[in-house]
Ligand binder design. Structure first.
Ligand code: DX5
Ligand code: ZN
Length: 223
């Protein structure tokens, strides 16, 4: 089993206290910052953008986990500040040149992940397995925080793990995004998930964020 990592979802952050929250994440040894970029077309919402990513890059050394929910991500890629140590996810349906986009991400030293909507089969990864460092299994339909888990998602995580392992890709990660609460997280970890995106279900609840993080790691990661 790969190391479990926690990635707070920055679209759920309190933007009036961003600096404070970043320092707290640093103190708590947060592994990754999940950054949702939406274009209002691929998903029916608009969230964070290229300037926000640039600002985060300057403000903290925590690696980024950039989730592109945009049509034709190849057009946006040059404007996004990422590099060595960062993850960048691209949705299967978002581009007709999937392999080229994933290769361009790797070219910049980052780790490309293929993002799969709840309705997208794991087997769609087949032809780009050599171009990815893992899969982002969406556990809700992307676009909004605060949604309910799609029930088939847990089995899909387990199938994704088996699928990658069957190709000898044991070190490739499985990321889960959407309604990653503590109880869901426990089931997701048992199914083989490694990177846990925590939004309004996991970390951004109430005002004791450090407590939430510790509690999540204890319960879900067994730390
Ligand atoms: C969904 C977003 C998630 C979202 C998860 O499209 O990609 O990152 O913020 O947050 P919760 O925990 O609210 O489901
Ligand atoms: Zn996301």
């Amino acid at each position: 089993m790969n190391k479990a990592m926690l990635a707070p979802s920055m679209m759920c952050a309190d933007f009036l206290h961003l600096e404070e929250q970043l320092r707290l994440f640093e103190r708590e040894g947060i592994d990754l910052l999940h950054v949702d970029i939406m274009d209002g077309h691929f998903v029916p919402n608009i969230t964070l953008g290229t300037d926000f990513v640039r600002m985060l890059k300057k403000a903290t050394s925590i690696p980024l986990d950039i989730h592109l929910m945009v049509e034709r991500p190849e057009n946006l890629l040059p404007a996004i500040a990422f590099g060595e140590g960062d993850y960048v996810s691209v949705h299967y349906e978002s581009t007709v040149h999937l392999q080229r986009v994933l290769a361009a991400i790797r070219e910049r030293g980052a780790k490309p992940l293929l993002a799969l909507n709840p309705g997208t089969p794991v087997s769609m990864a087949e032809e780009v397995l050599g171009d990815i460092d893992g899969l982002l299994v969406m556990t809700v339909n992307p676009g909004f925080a605060g949604q309910k888990l799609v029930p088939s998602a847990l089995e899909k995580i387990a199938r994704a793990r088996l699928y990658l392992d069957a190709y000898g890709m044991n070190e490739s990660v499985i990321e889960v995004d959407g309604n990653v609460s503590i109880p869901n997280g426990i089931a997701m970890r048992a199914a083989g998930a490694d990177i846990f995106v925590a939004g309004t279900s996991g970390v951004f609840i109430g005002d004791d964020m450090a407590g939430n993080i510790r509690h999540f790691r204890r319960q879900v990661f067994g730390e």
